[in-house]
Design a protein around this ligand. Sequence first.
Ligand SMILES: NC(=O)c1ccc[n+]([C@@H]2O[C@H](COP(=O)([O-])OP(=O)(O)OC[C@H]3O[C@@H](n4cnc5c(N)ncnc54)[C@H](O)[C@@H]3O)[C@@H](O)[C@H]2O)c1
Length: 318
Amino acid sequence: MRVLVTGGAGFIGAHLSNRLHEKGFYVRVLDNLSSGDPAALAAGINFNRGDVRDIPKLWSLLQGVDVVYHLAALVSVPASVLYPREYNDVNVGGTVALLEACRDVGVKRVVLTSSATVYGDQKTQPVREEMIPNPAVPYAVSKLAAERYLFTIGRLSGFEAVALRIFNAYGPGQPLPPAHAPVIPQFMQQTIGRGSVVVFGSGQQTRDFVYIDDVVEALVSAATAANIDQETINVGSGQETALAELIEQISATVRAKANVIYNSEMSGGIAHLVADLTKAKQMLKFKPRTTLADGLRKLYELDPRFSRAANKKGIAIS
Ligand SMILES: NC(=O)c1ccc[n+]([C@@H]2O[C@H](COP(=O)([O-])OP(=O)(O)OC[C@H]3O[C@@H](n4cnc5c(N)ncnc54)[C@H](O)[C@@H]3O)[C@@H](O)[C@H]2O)c1
């Protein structure tokens, strides 16, 4: 089977592309390298630098492709609050450009990486796919719009369409930008470096942290699973963890005490978010295998950014 992975040099994209390649798929990647790194891709993967809004490029890259994984996106929630037009251009405009090209070339299936942020605040947890989305930030709006375009253009054009709503993915290779970094790599780096871990809100807000290998398994299944056309499917761990508890687990993993500061002046975002996995289990035979404790340990051991920092500080790596 031949696949195109947009955003394939990014965190989830590189893990996914490598896994597909390992399983014998022919993998083509399109990424503009606004944040990704092609060095993370295994030899034998066909890498192409370019923008997902570049229609002529899409036409040539889509030739002979059966399944498209659409991951290329801008991914920072706080940055989307500052630059909503840019988020709309890339995440919505890029999706529509890609879907138009998929329609014209005759792709069979498109798998979109949507986001749990589309749920926003909900009255009950865990969140189920049929709940009415309540996006609270431009990033979430852009992912919801991408889902709607996917299903509409798929239905009108005859290709199969599936959206996976991924919760908080983490693992080796996740970008750690100086501003707005994701909580797990940021808190781990700050704890190892004996800096302060600043938490917005009370620390009692909960999230569903899902290890990268589990996310990849769900995505791989979505290439071939039967009867998932027009479906939206949650991909999380199904476990709810408060940020305060996450920090304790990170401290235990790296064997260093975190100096935690709670900034209650800043909003901690959505109060609670955890996935109901009933649909994923039924439709993708999905079973998250990595506990948070195991995932943090793997991240600490496998990601050289943390192992190196730990070595410098003389912290033993378990
Ligand atoms: N990481 C998570 O926890 C999470 C959760 C929910 C959904 N997602 C979704 O998964 C996908 C991948 O996220 P990630 O965490 O790997 O982020 P990432 O930033 O590591 O990957 C995104 C990739 O897209 C590329 N890209 C950005 N704009 C592009 C453009 N215009 N043309 C071509 N390539 C472009 C970037 O260079 C990068 O390699 C995104 O669609 C994101 O919305 C991620």
